[in-house]
Design a protein around this ligand. Structure first.
Ligand code: GN1
Ligand code: MG
Length: 354
């Protein structure tokens, strides 16, 4: 992205700081995210939100801001600058009340960058898993009294298994012969798991598992830590909306317990780390055990399997669709991601015997 364009977009926002430099953060699969260094007290995150995938960007931004404000309201004795170091803080463009700037059809959003913070793509220490579990538990606690009716469904049926199967079937019907042939083995695996992978959805639909405010994209790179690896807050709240805690617990486990990154091609490196699973669960339950129902607790292991599976299915679907959803860096990128997740399920099942 050209510096001049980026700088001019950044200057539309009301931050009282001068642009010094920027760099792209490339770990997301959907939006374009930049860190902007300034000469002021704060640095900022500038993000272009993909409006093809997120069709109601104003609604999405509103979800993020409402959730953040709700969390901030829990700390009435903290000053704004203290809160800006531990809770996401969104910046309005000049002369408007909305938290986004629209330019040439693109939606831009700015938030304060929390200094001295780090993220992890891959967990290499049990303590980080434990801290990550506490962080998610705390996020769910802080938002548990927030009225989820105030939030829009950013992507309707986002973690709905039947919906993902419908998309998968359509993709299979339209796929090229070559890609269909390549994925044959995985089509069998998907069919074998289909019934089990609908259990959580059925429990949700039957009202046996409560709907709460959930984050819905809890991969470990969306947990912000300080340099001592203590959790600061959950970031990337694009998909905050009503859901069940299993989505969040499961998606976090999917990434925390993978001994390799999500797109590692060498599948011998992909294993499920049971120690990290136990550490994450311990941290998570320390924060949530008093508020979870017995069914919510019972289904935590299945949540992990289900969320690994749903990502395997979504990557496979996108591969069959010729890569129309996720950003890819090379031809078989989505297929490699899918194979990685299928390997993880296999190893998960061996280790947890489910
Ligand atoms: C996408 O763009 P990013 O990395 O925040 C996806 C998540 C997946 C994730 C896989 C809106 O998130 O559901 O878990 O990729 N987000 C959307 O890494 O589809
Ligand atoms: Mg995301």
């Amino acid at each position: 992205m050209e510096t001049n364009i980026l700088k001019s977009i950044f200057n539309k926002f009301d931050h009282n700081a001068n642009y010094v430099s920027h760099s792209e953060l490339s770990s997301g699969h959907i939006n374009d995210t930049f860190i902007v260094k300034t000469d002021g007290n704060n640095n900022y995150i500038l993000q272009r939100i993909n409006h093809t995938i997120f069709t109601d960007v104003p609604g999405l931004v509103n979800n993020k801001v409402l959730t953040s404000n709700h969390i901030r309201s829990k700390y009435p004795n903290s000053t704004k600058s203290e809160l800006d170091k531990s809770v996401l803080s969104f910046v309005k463009p000049k002369n408007t009340d909305f938290y986004y700037h629209l330019e040439n059809g693109n939606f831009w959003n700015v938030m304060i960058f929390i200094d001295n913070s780090i993220t992890h793509e891959l967990v290499k220490d049990k303590k980080i898993a434990y801290e990550g579990g506490k962080l998610l538990g705390e996020f769910l606690n802080l938002t548990s009294d927030f009225d989820s009716n105030l939030l829009i469904d950013v992507i309707p049926k986002f973690h709905n298994m039947s919906f993902r199967f419908t998309q998968y079937s359509a993709a299979k019907n339209n796929a090229s012969k070559t890609r269909l042939k390549e994925v044959e083995k995985y089509i069998q695996i998907v069919a074998g798991l289909k019934e089990e992978m609908h259990i959580l959805q059925h429990l949700k639909e039957e009202g046996k598992i409560p709907v709460r405010v959930t984050h819905n994209d809890t991969k470990i790179s969306n947990s912000l830590f300080n340099k001592d690896n203590k959790g600061i807050c959950m970031i990337d709240t694009d998909t905050v909306m009503p859901g069940i805690i299993h989505y969040d617990f499961g998606d976090a486990i999917r990434t925390i317990c993978n001994t390799a990154v999500e797109d590692e091609k060498d599948l011998t490196k992909v294993e499920f780390n049971l120690d990290y699973y136990n550490a994450y669960k311990k941290g998570f339950l320390e924060k949530t055990k008093d508020s979870l129902t017995s069914l919510e607790l019972k289904y935590l292991p299945l949540a992990a399997k289900t969320m690994i599976f749903i990502m395997a299915l979504r990557f496979l679907t996108d591969y069959l669709n010729n890569d129309i959803y996720y950003k890819t860096k090379y031809e078989a990128h989505n297929f490699d991601r899918a194979k990685n997740q299928f390997k993880l399920i296999e190893n998960f099942s061996e280790k947890l015997a489910i």
